[in-house]
Design a protein around this ligand. Sequence first.
Ligand code: 13P
Ligand code: ZN
Ligand code: NA
Length: 288
Amino acid sequence: MHPIKHEIQKAERAGYAIGAFNSINLEWMQAILRAGEATGQPVILQTSVPPVAYMGGLGLVKSLYDHLLEALEISVPVALHLDHGDAETVRQAIAVGYDSVMFDGSHLPMAENLRLSAELIELAQAHDVLIECEVGSIGGSEDNIYGKGEIASLADAKAMADLGPDYLAVGIGNIHGRYPEDWPGLDFDQLKILKQGLGDLPLVLHGASGIPDDQIKQAIKQGISKVNVNTECHLAFSTAMIDYVHEFESHKEDYLNKKYYEGRHFLSAGYQAVEDKVKERIELFSRI
Ligand code: 13P
Ligand code: ZN
Ligand code: NA
């Protein structure tokens, strides 16, 4: 059994959650792994499909990940997870050795989502890979994933749970990316119904960026065991790099003399901001 399976089950029993953070490049991969190590908490490094293409493919991401675990001497339990995979990418991620995959069939008719989920759960289990499926849908759009934000019904959730996924993403009013001003908040009544009906199956909260901390904590208390974060890391990354550019402009002669125009100086500013953000979120999710 992969160590992260044990960690997810432990979190579900004890009532805290493991953070899962999306990555787009080498700097973010390092930032996420280092943040896990620095906090002493398990962490999931995840990649959704367009960033995988941007980074050079699943195989390249997997080898970078393996090298980083050694180079950074990572000792906390960590996993490499495919986020919002289509069926074909899920099959490929399993083949290249990802530890965990998500099959997102939320845009399909439920019967089709169940049929493909069943097939992929069987494949994942045969390879000792964890698998996350989804019921209801996450609102908004991100990385070519579009959702209407349907609230998951207990009937659909039970039908999916019966297939035996390791964790289940549920639509409970959560949205990818930023939240509108008039967002009514998470549907805690439905989360309660789902958790009561599903027992110890770990549930996943997508779209965590922009949800107030008290609602995130409440959701974790009510049975969320994995929390997905992406947009907040992008905002931290871009804000830090924009600040760097402003500093550059206002001390131009000095920065040019010090060769601060070299790309790694720009990226380092963003890299550090992502690491700080991931640490802060891990602290929130793990201390409920
Ligand atoms: P946010 O971008 O809203 O944090 O959502 C992340 C997510 O759900 C990744 O799967
Ligand atoms: Zn998501
Ligand atoms: Na969000």
